[in-house]
Design a protein around this ligand. Structure first.
Ligand code: SF4
Ligand code: SF4
Length: 180
């Protein structure tokens, strides 16, 4: 369109229309009945959480929108969103919320619910698998780094079998097993 052409058609909207038939009113109660959700309904949509968030400008749904979506009962959209998994857990939003809404902790609860319903991104599952298989997330692969620091090649006292046995009896172990 050239600069002189006038725009026609409906006005551009910032968000998609909400399909009311897909709302789950129970979702709001599921989250607010958890220990982190007590202040959820006190949210007055001020967007302070979003202003504080260092990654919100990369997201389709920003923190204040996710909180609003929970309040509205948009269960599927929230639990299948990539944003809850990309949260840096820096707690900037939660620290600044004037209504004491536990934004970061609520996103943890959402992740737990999402995992129970099988919505776990592949990269998160891969991390879980590394943890269960190797007993640690980050392996020392450059022996020379330890050598430079005058350390023995292997990390001493790391019982991979012990860690594996504990992990396999946890929800993380089960999640990885089910995802294989
Ligand atoms: S800062 Fe708190 S009150 Fe404001 S929108 Fe975010 S959660 Fe709601
Ligand atoms: S905890 Fe997550 S949602 Fe909150 S400010 Fe940090 S990255 Fe953003």
């Amino acid at each position: 369109m050239t600069e002189t052409e006038e725009k026609t058609g409906p006005p551009v909207t910032l968000i998609d229309p909400i399909d009311m038939t897909k709302l789950d009113p129970k979702f709001r109660n599921d989250i607010s009945s958890m220990p982190n959700g007590e202040e959820l309904s006190a949210c007055f949509a001020c967007s302070t959480c979003t202003a504080a968030c260092p990654i919100a400008n990369q997201w389709d749904y920003m923190p204040h929108q996710l909180i609003r979506m929970i309040l509205l009962g948009m269960r599927d959209e929230v639990l299948s969103s990539k944003e809850i998994w990309e949260c840096l857990t820096c707690f900037q939003c939660q620290e600044r919320c004037p209504q004491k809404v536990r934004v970061t902790d609520i996103f943890f609860d959402c992740k737990n619910l999402a995992a129970e319903e099988g919505h776990v991104p592949e990269n998160v599952l891969a991390l879980g698998k590394t943890l269960v298989d190797k007993g640690q997330l980050y392996e020392v692969i450059n022996d020379w780094e330890r050598e430079d620091l005058d350390l023995e090649p292997e990390v001493p006292g790391l019982s991979i079998e012990g860690i594996q046995s504990i992990l396999k009896s946890t929800r993380t172990g089960k999640l990885v097993e089910d995802g294989e």
